[in-house]
Every structure is written in structure tokens, then in C-alpha cells.
Design a protein around this ligand. Structure first.
Ligand code: AMP
Length: 216
């Protein structure tokens, strides 16, 4: 199964991704996670990515496309993959189509998680993330069992530097300007499945399984 998760920041892509990748036994490829790992390791790519991410801007297409192309050629992607946060621009989507075509592959579904902007601010300012296993929590709706500690691996949770209101607003602007046109792009190719993303995690998961026509 070759999947893409599309949606605004805070739409719940990471949460849906963790369930879908287990269900279909495919690797979870989050460009945001890859950039953050490079930022942590202070690689050249990490330093470059940080200069964009800290402002809520998208990392340039050439950099992002070659990163994803390399990742998709790894062994674990042979049986499928789930892309979370890529593509985010039309040139990225076109590059992905070209890359898959060259390999005789194609996308099965693009899951478009639809959320209201005003919900996003509340979700992201109260989001806490595990820097080790990347699980996300919400201080009110999905808190960790022990304050500030990841349920899955015991690491101390962090607030991402880009989960502050000013940066979230910039990220939302980037989403509307650069990523939203992809809805039309994938509607034309017929692979898009629109999912109502404003509900609880459980409700959204049910909606996702319903559009994919698979049992939970
Ligand atoms: P995310 O964890 O998906 O919210 O991504 C965090 C940040 O990483 C984004 O706000 C962008 O600055 C950058 N980023 C992630 N994926 C992409 C992409 N496909 N294209 C450009 N920038 C990206």
C-alpha cells in the first residue's frame, strides 16, 4: 500500500500515521521527523532545515525531494510506504509522481485530513511530543499517564519550537498557499480520499478506515 497523508499542521497526520503503518505494515516516512533528527544531530541538512522550520517556512523543494527519493529507495519501502508531510507543494507532488512512475509504482490513496484552522492553534499549542519515539500528546485531550513523560518509552516530553502561536500561524499560511492546491491535483488523478478530521482521535480513525474501505 502506497499512501500519502495530506492535511494542515495539527490535522492529526502523525496520529493517523502511527495506526495506519501498523495496520498495513509499511514504514512511516515523516519529512518533519527526518529534518528534526538532522537538526538534533546538527548536520549540514539540519542547520539548513532549522533556518526555515523555525520561521514556519517550508524547506526548499530540491532538498526535500532528493531526501524523500533516497528514502523511498530503501529496502523497507518495497512493500509500500506512508508519506506523512510530503508532498507539501505542487513541484514536490509532481516529482513524486515522476519518481514512482520511473519505478513502475503509483500512489494508492492520498488521505486528506480536513480540519478548521481555529482548532489547529488549540491542538498545537498544547501538543507535547516525545523526542525519542515521536508519539504526540495533548495536554487536555490525550495527556501522558505521568506528567511530561512518554507512555511508550519513558523519555521526557518536549514542546516543539515551532508549536508556538506565531510560528503556527506562519505554518498555516504556508499550508494554505503551498499545500492546499494539492487537494485539486490529487482530486484530478482520483486518488484522494477526504476525511473529516475535526473529531476525536477515535472518530477520525474510524473515518479514515471507512474511506479506505478496510475494517479497523
Ligand atoms: P511537520 O513535522 O510535518 O509539521 O514538519 C515540520 C516542518 O518541517 C514544517 O513546518 C516544514 O518547515 C518542514 N517540512 C516538513 N515536511 C516538508 C516538506 N515536504 N516540504 C518542505 N518543508 C517540510
Amino acid at each position: 500500500m502506497n499512501l500519502v497523508l495530506l492535511g494542515a499542521p495539527g490535522a492529526g497526520k502523525g496520529t493517523q500515521a502511527s495506526v495506519l503503518t501498523k495496520k498495513f505494515r509499511i514504514p512511516h516516512i515523516s519529512t518533519g521527523d527526518i529534518f528534526r533528527a538532522h537538526m538534533e544531530a546538527k548536520t549540514e541538512l539540519g542547520i539548513l532545515a532549522q533556518s526555515y522550520i523555525s520561521k514556519g517556512m517550508l524547506v526548499p523543494d530540491e532538498v526535500t525531494v532528493s531526501l524523500v527519493n533516497r528514502r523511498l529507495q530503501e529496502e523497507d519501502c518495497r512493500q509500500g510506504f506512508l508519506l506523512d508531510g510530503f508532498p507539501r507543494t505542487l513541484p514536490q507532488a509532481e516529482a513524486l509522481d515522476r519518481f514512482l512512475l520511473e519505478q513502475g509504482r503509483k500512489l494508492d490513496f492520498v488521505i486528506n485530513l480536513m480540519v478548521d484552522d481555529r482548532l489547529v492553534i488549540g491542538r498545537l499549542t498544547k501538543r507535547r511530543t516525545c523526542p525519542v519515539c515521536h508519539v504526540s500528546y495533548h495536554l487536555d485531550y490525550a495527556p501522558p499517564r505521568q506528567k511530561n513523560i512518554c507512555d511508550s518509552c519513558g523519555a521526557t516530553l518536549i514542546q516543539r519550537a515551532d508549536d508556538v502561536e506565531d510560528v503556527i500561524r506562519e505554518r498555516l499560511l504556508a499550508y494554505h498557499r503551498q499545500t492546499e492546491p494539492l487537494i485539486q491535483y490529487y482530486t484530478q488523478t482520483g486518488v484522494i480520499r477526504n476525511v473529516e478530521g475535526n473529531g476525536s482521535i477515535e472518530e477520525v480513525l474510524q473515518n479514515t478506515f471507512a474511506v479506505l474501505e478496510v475494517a479497523e
